[in-house]
Design a protein around this ligand. Structure first.
Ligand code: HEC
Ligand code: HEC
Length: 379
């Protein structure tokens, strides 16, 4: 009996200490001492496989996650035409580019996507960028597609996006002599005009949607390409744990992670008092603590288990609003949420600004690969 009590006390005591330690960061402001000079910072990044994106497609293709692929200029041109063509939607009014605006960071800047007949995404999902998705290994917020080919079949057939069937797509393309000719030039397999080849062409085009910005120039050796604030922000990103999830050249797209990873004591209490002037007694209301932001849409990720494909952070500064349901408008706030809930760190205002300054260096222009894509490229 006494033994049992001792064990219980031990376990409870242990839990209490564990709880206390995990909540400590909330009560102390920590200060980071910046140690890295330009060379050390660059080396650290390159060692972590964060690479500059080359301006030549043959070089860039070495960084792609798909191996043993082949890409031709004509296939990319066909993919580009399809990507911008409203023919792929039921009412001939929506193209991939309607939601994935290439000049605006590769998405639509709306909290949630709007598709066929002005329907909102039923789970209130935010449109992710298509830029640099060639470096990812999982697609969609719940990572349900493994390749860009597989992904492309989704939006065309989703009733709230383009609302087409595979047969309707093929029929429409066959009715266009221009498309029939283009498919015949690009694809050797029969029939050339097929849904599978639509997926292939779209994916090949997307593999060329790579961007380059000041970070790439810094990684190639130009110390002046980043200002000192951005460099400090980069150091924080690399040393505080962001890079563990937002990994690689794309800064994400490679894994599925729990979000939120940590809970905080002030969030364990799931009721709040509401001011209700009509009542003398205090009124209580249940609070939804699923996410550190409003849970619109009710989406809970892979297996309904708060597992999310880690988003790509290249061009993140241009893609507000943030998170899977677009509930957070400010990049600053997104960074603070990440610090607190994924790393257990309360960043100061200054540190948050430094990280945002770094994230701006991930903005880039789409590389024009014209010349290096003139010949077929095997990768
Ligand atoms: C109505 C707006 C809309 C249209 C049209 C649309 N998309 Fe999307 N796209 C989205 C949304 C929303 C998601 C995320 C959906 C999810 O996770 O379930 C997405 C996800 C993606 C992704 C995955 C990105 C990632 O990193 O996970 C790619 C790639 C993509 N779309 C390409 C395309 C292509 C190619 C087309 C045209 C065939 C297209 N999209 C049409 C809204 C749209
Ligand atoms: C444990 C893994 C993990 C860590 C560590 C992490 N993140 Fe994230 N990050 C995620 C996941 C998962 C999401 C998507 C969550 C969602 O939308 O519900 C995300 C989303 C984001 C977004 C919003 C992206 C978008 O497209 O809306 C930003 C910005 C971001 N993280 C930056 C950071 C920064 C900066 C750090 C370091 C301070 C960091 N993250 C640390 C996993 C992580």
């Amino acid at each position: 009996m006494r033994k049992a009590l001792e064990v219980i006390t031990f376990v409870l005591g242990g839990l209490l200490i564990f709880f206390f330690i995990t909540q400590l960061p909330q009560f102390f402001e920590y200060h980071h001492e910046y140690k890295f000079d330009d060379n050390a910072l660059r080396k650290k990044a390159l060692d972590l496989n964060i690479n500059p994106i080359p301006t030549n497609f043959r070089e860039a293709s070495k960084l792609l996650t798909i191996k043993n692929g082949e890409i031709s200029h004509d296939e990319v041109a066909l993919g580009q035409k399809l990507f911008n063509d409203t023919l792929l939607s039921k009412n001939n009014d929506i193209s991939c580019a309607t939601c994935h605006k290439l000049k605006e960071g590769g998405e639509d800047n709306l909290p949630t996507a709007i598709g066929h007949n002005n329907q909102k995404n039923p789970s209130h999902l935010n449109t992710p960028t298509v830029l640099n998705t060639a470096f990812a290994t999982a697609y969609f917020w719940n990572a349900r597609a493994k390749t860009l080919e597989e992904q492309a079949a989704g939006p065309i057939q989703a009733h709230f996006e383009m609302n087409m069937t595979q047969e309707e797509v093929v029929k429409r393309l066959q009715e266009s002599s221009e498309y029939v000719q283009l498919f015949n030039t690009v694809f050797e397999n029969e029939p050339a005009v097929s849904f599978e080849n639509v997926q292939k062409a779209l994916a090949s085009y997307e593999r060329t949607l790579l961007t380059r910005g000041s970070l790439d120039e810094f990684l190639e050796g130009n110390n002046d390409a980043m200002n000192s604030k951005a460099k400090k922000g980069f150091e924080l990103f690399l040393t505080k744990g962001c890079k563990g999830c937002h990994a690689g050249t794309s800064f994400g797209g490679l894994s599925v992670e729990k979000f939120p990873l940590r809970t905080w004591w002030n969030e364990w209490l799931n009721v709040q008092v509401v001011n209700d002037k009509t009542s003398v007694l205090p009124q209580f209301q249940l609070i939804d603590r699923t996410f550190p932001f409003e849970n619109i849409g009710g989406f809970k990720g892979k297996d309904n288990n708060k597992l999310f494909r880690v988003p790509i952070l290249r061009n993140i500064h241009q893609t507000s609003p943030y998170f899977h349901n677009g509930s957070v408008k400010e990049l600053k706030e997104a960074v603070q949420i990440m610090g607190k809930y994924q790393l257990g760190i309360i960043f100061t205002q200054e540190e948050t600004e430094l990280i945002v300054e770094f994230l701006k260096t991930l903005d880039g222009q789409i590389i024009q690969f014209e010349e290096s894509l003139n010949k077929n490229i095997n990768y």
